[in-house]
Design a protein around this ligand. Sequence first.
Ligand SMILES: *Cc1c(COP(=O)(O)O)cnc(C)c1O
Length: 258
Amino acid sequence: MKDEATLKKRYHAVQQRIAAAGVRSGRRRNDVLLTIVTKLASIDQIRQLLELGHMDFGENRVQALVQRAAQIDEFLQRHRQLSGSKVVNIPRKLRWHMVGHLQRNKVAKVLNLVRLIHSVDSLRLAEEIQTAAARYEDPVEVLIQVNTTGEKNQFGVAPAAAVHLIEQIDTMMNLRPRGLMSIARQVEDPEEARPDFERCVDLFEDIRRAGAGGEQFDILSMGMSNDFEVAIECGANIVRIGSAIFGPPAPDVAEEAD
Ligand SMILES: *Cc1c(COP(=O)(O)O)cnc(C)c1O
């Protein structure tokens, strides 16, 4: 019970910080979508967040996403049977976000589960999605991950290559480019991440001005537990947050997640 109270408190605190950062940057409260990254969460914690009415969850690995989605689906079905006509807060359906690097041979496993893929970073991956998505009615919504730090161990296309990739994706029937995603450098003082976010925003605005991504190119996914307020001040409208809600990883959980 104590854990549950802590989780709830952290969740509301994060929501309040998101709203405050939005107000500081002159935006309306609902402009920023919180995607809760569950890689360090227990199933129980996800259930508690569902009971608070939260809908958007993300995973950075395909296997974890598939597993979680199945477990939660079962929970939702059972819950629906038990609760009958009682009014409850629990959303009918979750929206899963794939936020981590996606290997081409795993594309087929996630397409029917995810609402948004944040991490398209190559033409070959986009082509794989285009082929695999042919059997679904709706196009797959994707963000293009941009490497704004220039660090070699980071995923993402170089900023200079992003426009061309987006133009190519925009010609694919089964994909819909919706925006950009980036991960800032890991620094203690989040202010040091600001230039990374600004680089991404500049690129985003260039693409929008040029019309390269089509009409619905309007999502900017930036900001994690350590730097989300700076990201929102720069213009992020999706933040991806894990540890600020679940607490720092316990050693055993971190091992399990590997
Ligand atoms: C884990 C993860 C996050 C959340 O990180 P926290 O620092 O725990 O908030 C966000 N984005 C991606 C791609 C991740 O893998």
